[in-house]
Design a protein around this ligand. Structure first.
Ligand code: PEP
Length: 249
């Protein structure tokens, strides 16, 4: 079966309750583009209010702790996200890996905890600029997959987001050929680790400076099943054209 396109917004540490109207407009547009799965991952504080403002919408977290509960001040556990109605969570975003020192093993534990709690997972990988420039991007990303993919999982509930770090929030994007090559390499690696049937089911998203202008080209690249979008997901005006571009493919 063909993989459905998947467009996910990562609001990062942006958004007060006044932004819920944007989410409502985004999910209204998603309802008109039924061929595309759309989700938003706002800050923890907005998850519950966003679900109340847009009942039935796919809303998720940007991180979770690997433990189900305990003395981890400031952290949020996967069962807590599920409890308030979240349906997904991002793990291993480069801003967590780099800014908070998360290792592949940490990301793997978080992904496992999220799946056990019934959430879907978007597991991020991506190389820094110097690795891309030295020609080591594929080795780097495939090692991240090897280290952070849980051992046993439902492939329909785990998507990979390939996000070159140097493309996040910079306006720089890899060539479409480079994106297609990396996504192809990731799918082959998933086949080795999880089996060909799982690899054929799993969605691989591209992330890094996706916007209304480049979405059609990037989303149309080989083995690209959707996009993880930061800055351009904060308003309906910028995000809806990306959803529409996915729907038109
Ligand atoms: C992201 O942070 O996941 C991201 C892709 O950000 P941006 O779209 O702003 O580059």
């Amino acid at each position: 079966m063909a993989r459905r396109k998947y467009v996910v917004g990562n609001w990062k540490m942006n958004g007060l309750t006044a932004a819920l109207g944007e989410a409502q407009a985004i999910f209204a547009a998603a309802g008109e583009n039924k061929g595309v799965d759309v989700a938003l991952c706002p800050p923890f504080t907005l998850i519950g209010p966003m679900i109340s403002a847009a009942p039935g919408a796919a809303v998720g977290g940007q991180d979770c702790h690997a433990a189900a509960s305990g003395a981890f001040t400031g952290s949020v556990a996967a069962p807590m996200l599920a409890d308030i109605g979240a349906s997904l969570v991002i793990v291993g975003h480069s801003e967590r890996r780099e800014g908070f020192g998360e290792s592949d093993a940490d990301v793997k534990a978080k992904a496992g905890a999220a799946l056990a709690a019934g959430l879907s997972v978007i597991l991020c990988v991506g190389e820094p600029r110097e690795v891309r420039e030295s020609g080591g991007a594929a080795d780097y990303v495939l090692a991240q997959i090897a280290g952070s993919l849980p051992g046993d999982f439902d492939p329909a509930r785990l998507a990979i987001a390939y996000e070159p770090i140097w493309a996040i929030g910079t306006g720089l994007v890899p060539t479409v050929g480079d994106v297609a090559a990396m996504h192809g390499a990731i799918r082959a690696k998933l086949g080795e680790q999880a089996g060909g049937s799982a690899a054929g089911t799993m969605r691989i998203l591209y992330g890094g400076s996706v916007n209304a202008e480049n979405a059609a080209e990037l989303l149309g690249a080989g083995d690209v099943d959707g996009a993880l979008v930061g800055g351009a997901s904060l308003t309906a005006g910028k995000f809806v054209p990306i959803i529409e571009a996915a729907a038109a493919l």
